[in-house]
Design a protein around this ligand. Structure first.
Ligand SMILES: *[C@@H]1O[C@H](CO)[C@@H](O)[C@H](O)[C@H]1NC(C)=O
Ligand SMILES: *[C@@H]1O[C@H](CO)[C@@H](O)[C@H](O)[C@H]1NC(C)=O
Length: 300
């Protein structure tokens, strides 16, 4: 029986600790403390922010709109969780036949406690290398992943209320937030989502979003906007305007926060663009006109 094998049989951490200390080497101690968390029954995490790419197999994919698919990938082990906190994204990578790396960030939509799989909703863009590649993946094909990249670490009741302003596939980190808040009965944060899409058919994960409202109608409110509406559309039309935000937002306060994610045109009109991943830039656009500044707004 191997040395490591014998160690894993020691199920009592109190026996293991002095033993590890006796081994004396930092490297070994680290190694066996990792095993210790296994013995203590902590769920293993697929993503641990290491610099390594991991290949995940596609479990299944299915259409959710005329140009978007949900892709479900197997984590390396059935009892793994992703290891992500809300709100985080991961990097995806594939190598072209010419040997070039194509790398894009994606935010999963699956629950952080989900075991064995991780899910994404991916919209296919005209000429989009990663979205075309991933839409063509078949069951058991692999895609490389790395991460996570934590964008905003949500703490329950971090604010009294938040507003989420999103467009198109920018819904994914906003969905992570509202989903995480809604599943925690201790988290009383009120959430308003303003979600713009081109047409009704372009609204992503609408069923999931509507289910959250149905479950918590006092806590969660969603305003849908579509640019081109059919006659039967009952939501708002056009873009999210300054007037609409003014009428529905509580106004700048340290008790509330606004999260924005969407295409460049949305940032431009609502909040101003992010300068770089580490520089949020000044708040401009509609929110600046309404008195919001940097400390009130987070741009994903
Ligand atoms: C360890 O995990 C298993 C399977 O999830 C569970 O049934 C068991 O109760 C856990 N044990 C402890 C000590 O948490
Ligand atoms: C994918 O892999 C699983 C497990 O190895 C296997 O059962 C299944 O038939 C495979 N599916 C395809 C389409 O190859």
């Amino acid at each position: 029986m191997s040395f490591a094998h014998q160690l894993t049989r020691l199920s009592n951490p109190r026996v293991l600790f002095p033993f590890v200390a006796a081994v004396g080497s930092v490297g070994l101690a680290y190694h066996y403390s990792t095993r210790l968390s296994f013995i203590a029954n902590e769920t293993a995490k697929a993503f641990s922010n290491s610099d390594e790419w991991i290949d995940l197999k596609l479990a299944k994919s299915y259409d959710v709109s005329h140009d978007s698919k949900v892709l479900v990938f197997h984590l390396p082990e059935k009892d793994h969780v992703s290891g992500l906190v809300t709100a985080s994204c991961v990097l995806t990578k594939f190598v072209t036949p010419k040997g070039n790396n194509v790398i894009r960030p994606y935010t999963p939509i699956s629950d952080v406690d989900q075991k064995g799989t991780i899910e994404f909703v991916i919209k296919k863009y005209e000429g989009g290398k990663m979205s075309t590649y991933t839409h063509d993946l078949k069951e058991n094909d692999t895609l490389s992943f790395k991460g996570p990249i934590v964008k905003w670490k949500w703490e329950p009741n971090q604010y009294k209320e938040i507003a989420l302003i999103g467009g198109g596939s920018g819904i994914t980190p906003l969905y992570q937030l509202v989903h995480q808040i809604s599943k925690n009965p201790e988290d009383k944060t009120k959430v308003q989502l303003f979600y713009g899409s081109q047409t009704e058919e372009d609204i992503l994960i609408k069923e999931e979003l509507d289910a959250l409202v149905k479950k918590n109608p006092e806590q969660i409110k969603i305003h849908y906007f579509v640019d081109k509406a059919s006659d039967k559309w009952e939501g708002n039309t056009g873009y999210v305007t300054k007037e609409f935000l003014e009428a529905n937002l509580p106004g700048p306060s340290k008790d509330s926060k606004i999260f924005v994610c969407g295409p460049p045109a949305l940032y431009k009109s609502v909040s101003g663009p992010k300068v770089s991943p580490t520089d949020q830039g000044e708040v401009t656009g509609a929110l600046a006109d309404l008195g919001y500044t940097k400390e009130h707004v987070y741009k994903f």
